[in-house]
Design a protein around this ligand. Structure first.
Ligand code: PRX
Length: 613
């Protein structure tokens, strides 16, 4: 085998020196009750019964998240409160959200959006984002969020791959990231710009339409003709989330309306959300957490979602926790590490007594961060594990269950996970079509999940073969390496592939390499995740130059700027020039070897490395 296997220190995986479990009495009886009992008794059918559904067996996420509350007992409860720097706070009750998402759905239909069409946002966390997401679902179309910090290239590629029909964005993003490539996006029929002014202000043009104009017309049309939410089937596509793999283009994970059953059950069991609870999710909806748990899950529970469009700022965050009286806080390890850097004293300057549950996702949560939570908030941080493909939380430290610092927790009731023995390539090994489930609590293998949970992705858009490859012998293979201890707690060990995790965001090395390759000086690129104390990993690129080019500091800076411009937040932070990059005999750049060298680790068996002539 020619692979260098890089894994996290086993100590962090719950071996020797493991920290003692933390068992605190929860401030409110947890909705999950006792995990072991719930795991024996829970069925997805039961969770489906907690939702309302539509006549004839139809199911629409937006009905469960908004309409059934907006037209029921929770009509006057605040659904979403929007905080922004230098702008007044605004909020929408469930009743207002129900009406305004009707208007948005009518607007989209009037723009020609039909069932199954894709609608994208490229927006900060704002009312228009929430209205577009939920209005799209009401219209029976598929919502696809894009991260606003993406540069032109990731935006173009996703709009193209998604065959996106309508994009809602702001004028700056439109001018910088979309207008220059619009002629390469034949499917993109309409762009709605949220800050273009209303009717009589700046007229809409053939190129872009003004949000206010579109909504005003739709509001009139709604009054004339009414609107009925589209009766989508449970297995009809609802959400499209792009995610990154090791090779090739981004993968468009397709989720269906039935996913709402899992969004709801996990928001109850893992986040412990009830009607009226004040809940803050710091994730951007451009990534799956911000959609599943910034929009859908908490709304299905009737909670009040706090959302802030500003970037991270420790004092601002503590002020929000204090002033908004946040009860449940869902965030990421990088953010927690940034808070930790400011010291526990800063946390103590604020009254955080409303907090009753702190939860984390997206990257390994250091045991120190779990314990720091105890000091800062009086609560341990509860880690959760899941992926874009799983659509909802799969593994969690549930409220009321002892937290084992460093462990991702236990599987969600209704979900079967397995740790599978690996083959020579580091992935789950298949012998005669079968995999082997490890039962040794110390053994590391590939984390796998039995299909059957409702938010499982149903397709990689336009790539049925790639989708099929994700399943082997009745398991979905996650690409993560983990260990399952004797008490059913899972411990993250590492990725089985070269995908990079920076500040909780998944970055495909191939996408970064392809963008840098477009610079005229560049001959070849290999990209790795370089460990970083704050962001977990940062993107580092190793570059060889074309024959007539000479490495220099100014060229390095030029490449950094080139990457930033094209890629935005996923661009490399470090670039190193190399004479040669290591290749396999089949000609692929060996990223793992680049990484081993960067880290000063043993290079392993190099029998498949092609030596430069
Ligand atoms: O490698 C795992 C890591 O994030 C990957 C999924 O990333 P994405 O699809 O962008 O979804 C992120 C939000 C759910 C996983 O395959 N990951 C996620 N949660 C954890 C984690 N790694 C360690 N510990 C976690 N709790």
């Amino acid at each position: 085998m020619g692979e260098v296997v890089l894994e996290r220190d086993e100590g962090a995986g719950g071996g020797e020196g493991q920290r003692p479990p933390i068992a605190l009495t929860p401030r409110r009886a947890p909705l999950i009750g006792d995990w072991a009992v719930r795991r024996r008794t829970f069925t997805w059918r039961q969770a489906r019964g907690w939702l309302e559904g539509l006549p004839g067996g139809a199911l629409n996420i937006a009905h469960e998240a908004v309409d059934r509350h907006g037209r029921g007992d929770l009509a006057d409860v605040v659904a979403v409160r929007f905080l922004a720097r230098n702008e007044p706070t605004t909020e929408l009750t469930y009743a207002e959200l129900a009406r305004q998402t009707d208007v948005t759905a009518v607007a989209l239909q009037d723009l020609g959006v039909r069932r199954g069409d894709r609608v994208c946002t490229l927006l900060p966390r704002s009312p228009e984002l929430y209205l577009t997401a939920l209005g799209t679902l009401k219209a029976g179309a598929v919502y696809c969020p894009l991260f606003p910090a993406f540069g032109m290239e990731p935006v173009r590629q996703r709009l193209e791959l998604g065959g996106v029909r309508v994009l809602v964005t702001d004028s700056e993003s439109y001018a910088n990231k979309v207008a220059p490539v619009r002629d390469r996006l034949p499917d993109l029929q309409t762009v709605v710009v949220v800050d273009a002014g209303g009717a009589g202000d700046e007229p809409s043009t053939a190129e872009v339409m003004a949000w206010e104009t579109v909504m005003q017309e739709a509001s009139e049309s709604l009054q004339r003709n009414g609107f009925e939410i589209v009766s989508t089937r449970p297995d009809e596509p609802a959400l499209l989330h792009f995610t990154s793999g090791t090779t090739g283009r981004p993968k468009g994970a397709v989720h269906v309306h039935e996913a709402v059953v899992a969004h709801h059950a996990t928001a109850r069991f893992s986040l412990d959300l009830s009607p009226g609870d004040l809940y803050w999710c710091t994730a951007d909806p451009g990534w799956v957490t911000g959609t599943s748990y910034g929009i859908i899950g908490p709304l299905t529970c009737g909670a009040t979602v706090i959302t802030d469009s500003a970037d991270f700022d420790a004092k601002r965050w503590y002020s929000i926790l204090q002033d908004e009286k946040v009860e449940v806080f869902y965030t990421a390890p990088t953010a927690l590490r940034m808070l930790m850097r400011r010291g526990v004293e800063m946390a103590h300057d604020y009254d955080l007594s409303s907090l009753r549950h702190v939860v984390s996702v997206g990257e390994p949560l250091n045991p120190e961060a779990v314990l720091w939570g105890l000091e800062a908030f009086g609560l341990p941080v509860h880690d959760t594990w899941w992926q874009t493909e799983t659509g909802a939380i799969i593994v969690s430290n549930y409220p009321g269950m002892p937290v084992r610092p460093g462990s991702m927790g236990r599987p969600m009731p209704g979900v079967e996970v397995g740790v599978l023995e690996r083959g020579a390539d580091g992935r789950a090994g298949v012998v005669d079509g079968h995999v082997h489930v490890l039962d040794d609590p110390h053994a590391v293998g590939e984390l796998a999940i039995r299909p059957g949970w409702p938010s499982m992705f149903r397709d990689y858009l336009g790539e049925p073969e790639r989708y099929a490859k994700a399943f082997v012998d009745g398991w979905y293979l996650t690409g993560d390496l983990a260990r399952l201890d004797g008490d059913g707690y899972l411990w993250f060990v590492g990725r089985a592939d070269d995908v990079i995790k920076s500040a909780g965001h998944l970055i495909g090395p191939f996408e970064v390499e392809s963008a840098l390759m477009e610079h005229p000086a560049v001959a070849e690129v290999g990209v790795i995740g370089k460990p970083d104390p704050l962001a977990g990993e940062i993107v580092k690129a190793f570059v060889t130059l074309k024959a007539d080019m000479v490495p220099s500091e100014s060229l390095r800076r030029e490449l950094i700027t080139f990457g930033r411009k094209r890629l935005g937040s996923v661009a490399p932070r470090e670039i190193a020039f190399e004479e040669h990059l290591p290749h396999t005999r089949s000609g692929k750049v060996m990223r793992r070897l680049l990484k081993a060298r960067e880290l000063g680790l043993p290079e392993g068996d190099l029998s498949t490395v092609e030596r430069p002539a």
